[in-house]
Design a protein around this ligand. Structure first.
Ligand code: THG
Length: 630
């Protein structure tokens, strides 16, 4: 998310300049300060909502309308304690969260006023000491999760959806910008899919308005396992959200600075953007309150700064202006973290990260979860036996699949529904969901439905130029907005490429469009130059193996950072039923294709023989066929 700032250019420049010059200070907890006001039900209601038909005590965001002076004073207290950025009092300002109070219709006003009040406080603080202050529009996680079922007996159930979240987040973000927010802050993320919906909505808003403001992203690691509530590690979380090109990535809330340190350290090493940490004031006490002292907290956060881990610091639950003052003093002597240069690399995630590093020669993508590629899987899905279908996925992972390809393209099936059901159930299986998903369909609607279910960074399989460049660009932009990598088939308006020349020409054209026009990162592009069946008895098919292998070599040389994949089992369709020969064919083919630069393939993860273990006579025969020697 670069380019076209909406902020007055000087605000954006001032923000970047400040971030280069020093560790920026965020505010502390709004909720903690509101608690100290000891407002009763009437205090929350004010005159305007005196007769509202539901209890309003605890609706902190409503105070933007009913107690604006108090809210502004809290912001001002944080600014004067040393905060550069304060968060608007809008943590629950979505229609989804406001439904608890029947206040969906007030969302615009609450966010607009929230931003306006914080800006007023910023102006007052600036008048006092001349230092620039900024307002981050706070976007909380809502009280629903897109990738976790609230019902333990129904793991595939979801209380909300990507679309519902994107609509709600989009409304909130628009109102925050209308009210004057300088940045947006997607925070306290316990389910990365919620955050991906927020990122999607914000990007759509930026496109609609032709504007762009810096976006901060902050997750929360709520237990000692070091994972988010939805099960991701910090690195997986970062891989899932990196496409947002956020102003900062970081963590907040949870178990305090001490427990957060290791995770911030990890993000600090991985992220090529600013790192932000705003922990709670320690662990909760017996009343569930956070009471670490300003001095104790400042010592811990000060150490983050001394160790070069952070660019932005602040506090969450339990922190007060005194905490922020102490933290600001503690970090002031230290230089901000230097943003590292991170090597471009295909970085995916399920619950865990997967990186295609140069030492990985080849990525196994499990093919068996495919209704057209497996009669057994098709039967399980059409019979609705999802438990056994999940076992197929588990087998693939246990047999070494590092990614699983999921395909529900079957004429008699509601493919979208099957894709969604399967992915939602899969999300509840940590031993499968740890790997990234490849969403495989020839129908865009099925792909999009799948993308809306995965919290990790997955792969779209596939897009192509078969319907022309315009549709190709459109799909590529959406893939990017959903934060996925992409398989591009060597397929154009004329059809599927079958010769070396056509394969290279189409992939080159697609690469230029993706990289130069769409801004797609080249390391997130996976070309599939079409593996076709050989030894079919048809003369023209004999050269398919060689055409693929030579195209791989050329594409790897000519199109930097892009990867190559293919459906390996396609090659041996003419040997159906003879598994031994098929396996040998695949081993021989992969041996040559991998040395030419193929680094990924859709394979039967349980049935991959090493080249060296193929019986020599059979191997020679396969070589003759694959390399078209005889
Ligand atoms: N490129 C891309 N995606 C793809 C393909 C590709 N997705 C689908 C397919 N091709 C890759 N997946 C498979 C899965 C299974 C088989 C072949 C390719 C296969 N199945 C056995 C058969 O049909 O004989 C299994 C039979 C059974 O168990 O019922 O060979 O090329 N981007």
């Amino acid at each position: 998310m670069a380019n076209a700032p909406t902020l007055p250019a000087d605000t954006l420049e001032a923000l970047h300049q400040a971030a280069r010059a020093r560790i920026l200070v965020l505010d502390g907890a709004m909720g903690t300060m509101i608690q100290q006001l000891k407002l009763d039900e009437a205090g929350y209601r004010g005159e305007r909502f005196r007769a509202w038909n539901r209890d309003l005590k605890g609706n902190n965001d409503l105070l933007n309308l009913t107690a604006p002076d108090a809210v502004r004073d809290i912001h001002l207290a944080y600014f004067l304690a040393g905060a550069d950025i304060v968060e608007t009092n809008t943590f629950s300002g979505t229609t989804i969260a406001m439904a608890d109070y029947g206040m969906e219709s007030l969302v615009h006003e609450i966010n607009f006023e929230g931003a306006r009040l914080a800006k007023e406080a910023a102006r007052l603080a600036e008048q006092k000491d001349g230092r620039r202050r900024f307002v981050a529009g706070a976007i909380g996680p809502t009280n629903r999760t897109a990738s976790i079922s609230p019902d333990v007996n129904d793991p595939g159930f979801r209380a909300t959806s990507f679309d519902e979240l994107a609509t709600a987040y989009g409304e909130q973000a628009a109102s925050l910008l209308d009210g004057g927010a300088d940045l947006l802050l997607i925070e306290t993320i316990f389910d990365t899919l919620n955050a991906k919906a927020a990122v999607f909505a914000i990007e759509r808003l930026f496109q609609e308005r032709g504007i762009r403001v810096p976006v901060m992203i902050s997750g929360t690691i709520t237990d000692l396992s070091g994972r988010t509530l939805s099960g991701q590690t910090p690195a997986a979380f970062w891989n899932s959200l990196r496409h947002a090109q956020p102003f900062s990535i970081g963590l907040n809330c949870a178990l305090g600075a001490k427990e957060m340190r290791a995770h911030i350290d990890e993000l600090s090493r991985l992220a090529d953007t600013l790192v932000c940490a705003y922990p709670n004031a320690g662990l909760p006490n017996e009343f569930g309150l956070y009471d670490e002292s300003p001095a104790a907290m400042a010592k811990l956060v000060g150490e983050f700064a001394a160790s070069g881990l952070v660019n932005i610091v602040g506090g969450c639950c339990g922190t007060t202006p005194d905490h922020i003052r102490a933290i600001a003093e503690a970090v002031a002597p230290h230089a901000p973290r230097v943003v590292p240069d991170i090597e471009p690399m295909l970085r995916l995630s399920g619950l865990e990260p997967f990186e295609l590093t140069p030492i990985i020669p080849f990525v196994n993508v499990g093919e068996r979860t495919n209704v057209t590629g497996s009669a057994r899987f098709r039967k399980l899905i059409t019979n609705g036996d999802y438990t056994a279908a999940l076992a197929v996925a588990r087998d693939q992972v246990e047999n070494g699949a590092q990614v699983i390809d999921i395909n529900m393209d079957e004429g008699l099936l509601d493919s979208e529904k099957a894709m969604v059901t399967f992915l939602n159930l899969l999300a509840a299986e940590p031993d499968i969901a740890r790997v990234p998903v490849m969403v495989d369909s020839s129908k865009w609607s099925v792909i999009e439905a799948g993308l809306k279910c995965i919290q990790g960074k997955g792969i779209v399989n596939s897009i192509s130029m078969k319907e022309g460049e315009e549709a190709f660009r459109h799909h590529a932009r959406l893939v990017r907005a959903y934060g996925a990598a992409v398989v591009v088939m060597a397929f154009d308006e004329q059809g599927q490429a079958d010769t070396y020349e056509r394969k290279v020409e189409i992939c080159s054209r697609a690469y230029r469009i993706l990289v130069d026009e769409v801004g797609f990162p080249p390391e997130d592009i996976i070309f599939d130059p079409n593996i076709f069946a050989v030894a079919t008895g048809i003369e023209e098919h004999a050269g398919y193996g060689v055409a693929f292998i030579e195209a791989v070599r050329a594409i790897r040389q000519q199109l930097p950072h892009a990867h190559i994949s293919g459906g390996v089992s396609n090659l041996s369709f003419s040997f159906r039923g003879n598994e031994q020969v098929r396996e040998a064919m695949h081993a021989v083919f992969l041996y040559h294709a991998i040395s030419a630069g193929m680094d990924m393939g859709i394979v039967n993860a349980g049935q991959l023989a090493p080249y060296s273990e193929i019986e020599p006579e059979l191997r020679d025969a396969c070589e003759d066929v694959v390399l078209n020697r005889r």
